[in-house]
Design a protein around this ligand. Sequence first.
Ligand SMILES: [Zn+2]
Length: 576
Amino acid sequence: MATEIGVFVAWPYANGDLHLGHIAGAYLPADIFARYHRLRGNSVLMGSGSDAHGTPITLKAKDENAAPIDIVRRYHRRFLESFQALGITFDLFSHTHTPNHIATTQDFFRTLRGKGDLTIATQKQFYDEAAHMFLPDRYVGGTCPLCSYQRARGDQCENCGKTFGATELINPISLISNTVPALKDTDHYFFELGNYSAKLLQYIADKDYWRTHVQNFTRSMIDEGLRGRPITRDIDWGVPVPEPGWESKVIYVWFDAVIGYFSVSKEWAVHSGDAEAWKRWWKNPRARSYYFIGKDNIPFHSVIWPIELMAYDAELNLPYDVPANQFLNISGEKLSTSRGLAVWLLDMLKEYDADAVRYYVTSILPETKDSNFYWDEFVTRNNGELVAAWGNLVNRVFGFAYPRYGAKVPEPQELDGRDRDLLSKIEAAFPVVAQAYETVRLRDALRDSMALAREVNRYLDEKAPWTVFKRDPAQAGTAIFVAMRAIDSLKILLAPVLPHTCEKINQMLGTEEPLFGTQCIIERPENGEVSEVLIYQPAVSEKAGIDRFKPSELAPGKPFAKPAPLFKVLELEAKP
Ligand SMILES: [Zn+2]
């Protein structure tokens, strides 16, 4: 039965380009998952956007002597191009500086305040005497109080992933003036997370299907006790606090960014022509929402966002799953943009086809533990697996048949045991691969599908239609027919991972309807200063709720087009 699937993806800070760590952590797995459900005929709403606020933006603007909005506009545009090039099918990729998002965030603020979940407290905060300003957490550096990592920032340690307040740092230093900051009093609103401890425990009680590291992180955060957390900051870039007398402060970005999942759904609904359409994913007991994030984001999605939702409107759907990924390392080293240890997505897509990148990254997704990207492995696996086992299979079967069977699927003779065995193996794989996609074990889905491609190659080696053809074209035609059906099925199994090339196979087979819809960058003038967004137009079958994740029923006699190579053989030197 078709159902509503929300696919929500971490909001990237618009202060730098996307690298493979981002792609492996959240965007590619989210897209594979979304495309699987699109093929199933489920109603997918995949949403995210640029995080336009917060100190990552203001720090970058300060470095460049630019306005924050200019930084946002530049990187937001590059995100749109990156996602379109890699084929990340956001129904809407917007940003957090839209009037809609600002109004929605302020509505959360007012509602929570009205319910007594926000309190005002005086806090000691670092003040930079040289720069005459309060220092937001990220403007303070120092040593992590929990793991002694020396380059921790005042909000979170990127080494151990724990969050804390800047005043807990050992040897604090202002990142503005490099002086030792002083502590001064300042008033802030605090969100009393502890008011929802019991409800949160109830919510996670049945989440034993979550990834182990997500469950463990969540439980340890609850065990440590949920405390009030400041939701306002002394900076001038962000969502204004909707309170008289609070004009010099804004709503803190941790509170505002996650609200983006909700506000982008509303923006999508308005754009779709039915302003209430968001309710199908948010106020519908049948709908399920999945949040694709990196492990450093777990506390905000398994604890803080559910509490914000509970506090705002008890009828809203809470996250069904938070399949957070671990980290992707580069050649055995921790990815670091400051040390130049990163592979930039746009650079990589200038050199390589999107599906080649998607294939290798999917095969090494850090689903349960950190994993490694190696350039030589990218090349060898592209050539040895994608080209040799899958691309060549498609080309030699269709390339052989094209001139010999009049560019039509050959008529089979009666199938023998080996023929039926291959086709039933593939049929039996559908529920297994479907289960892997549904439970976000995407590496397993790819591995099982590629094992079948090798199985088809073995079948063809045994049947040798290329030599049998000379004495018995009809018998060879049976093997070709069976292989074509197998390929047509594999096209569906692999399409979530390799959408561009599977679409080419689909076209070669003369299928009237594309597997997936189309993406484009459009302007939404109502979004204000940064009006461009990325949208997805679903395919007709997707809109109609038709389940296409099924074994092939390719018919004999069906015409097909001349095949062209799907993938390129790569050379190791070609890396950017
Ligand atoms: Zn640490």
